[in-house]
Design a protein around this ligand. Structure first.
Ligand SMILES: [Zn+2]
Length: 96
């Protein structure tokens, strides 16, 4: 009649070592620091498409990441990217 519920962690936020998850069939990856080209494996080599800020997300991503999520998308293979946490920290509170 005691002990933690193991299912309580089900809705945990992205872990620090988050790499990729699928949202409605779309792959969402974490960007590497200063990453500007897609590193998704392609037929011969990596995709290398440009990663651009993207606003065409649906309600699933808004639910996961908030009302104005920072989402990027590869213009070639359409894999989605989340910003890198280190880059967020650098532009924020320590910016002087
Ligand atoms: Zn790509």
């Amino acid at each position: 009649m005691s002990g933690a519920n193991p299912q309580a962690a089900e809705a945990a936020p992205e872990p620090k070592n988050f790499l990729a998850r699928r949202v409605g069939g779309t792959l969402v990856k974490r960007r590497l620091p200063r990453q500007r080209a897609c590193n998704e494996p392609g037929k011969k080599d990596i995709c290398a498409g440009h990663i651009k800020r993207w606003y065409g997300f649906g309600p699933e991503l808004v639910e996961l990441y908030g009302g104005d999520p920072e989402i990027y998308r590869c213009e070639r293979c359409q894999v989605l990217y989340r910003p890198n946490e280190e880059e967020i920290a650098r532009t924020g509170t320590l910016a002087y």
